[in-house]
Design a binder for this molecule. Structure first.
Ligand SMILES: O=C(O)CNC(=O)c1n[nH]c2ccccc2c1=O
Ligand SMILES: [Fe+2]
Length: 222
């Protein structure tokens, strides 16, 4: 069939259109199957390798009420910063360059709506985050509440066969301006890429996770 020879350029172009449309309409955009199974697994394996090597810094300690109302202190998210040029992180480096490619191209396309109001000129390193299960969570927050330059949060999820009903770990965004009590519930599925405005438009929380939950975050600067 004709579409089979669709080259990478067409795919990226199509993806950019989706990013532009969704960021304009919702301020949130989800792209599934971003890298495909094989390269997604290669990224996951590098993250698991890092984890077993103990590269992650111990997450902040958070106290929260257990199910019986008892005060528990649990380990929050554990993180590691990767710039993608490390020789043991080639596939994470590939992921980063793919996300860069989509965003930089979308930022340069004509008629790119709200995305066009920014000139993306840089990003942070990749923050690899692990929520170690046992109820680890992240309280409701805004990534960039005070104009620190970050305009877009990009999160790539690595959790194969993740079932929120069993394992929790839902990302709930409370987009301002959405009518009533509408929220955006994002499940942290393997090979899923998420974009959202980093500022006060998107308060969000990570609900308690009961399995080990991995994600890679990039923040883009305007
Ligand atoms: O994993 C998610 O689905 C969302 N995750 C977040 O919102 C989030 N936001 N800000 C952070 C700052 C430092 C360390 C971890 C984080 C973090 O997981
Ligand atoms: Fe956040």
């Amino acid at each position: 069939p004709p579409f089979l020879h669709k080259n990478n350029e067409d795919v990226i172009e199509e993806m950019c259109r989706n990013v532009i449309r969704d960021m304009d309409s919702y301020g949130v955009c989800v792209i599934d199957n971003f890298l495909g199974e094989e390269r997604g697994n290669a990224v996951l394996n590098e993250v698991l390798e890092m984890y077993t090597k103990g590269i992650f810094k111990d997450g902040q300690l958070v106290s929260s009420r257990g199910r019986q109302g008892d005060l528990k202190t649990i380990r929050g998210d554990q993180i590691a910063w990767i710039d993608g040029r490390e020789k043991t992180c080639k596939n994470i480096g590939l992921l980063i360059s793919q996300v860069d490619a989509v965003l930089m191209r979308a930022n340069k396309m004509p008629n790119n709506g709200k995305l066009g109001q920014y000139t993306i000129d840089g990003r942070t390193k990749a923050m690899v985050a692990c929520y170690p299960g046992s109820g680890s969570h992240y309280v409701k927050h805004v990534d960039n509440p005070n104009r620190d330059g970050r305009c877009i949060t990009a999160i790539y999820y690595l959790n194969v066969h993740w079932d929120v009903k069993l394992s929790g770990g839902l990302l709930r965004i409370f987009p301002e301006g959405w009518r009533g009590d509408k929220v955006a519930d994002i499940e942290p599925h393997f090979d899923r890429l998420l974009f959202f405005w980093s500022d006060r438009r998107n308060p969000h929380e990570v609900q308690p996770a009961y399995q080990t939950r991995y994600a890679i975050t990039l923040w883009y600067f305007d």
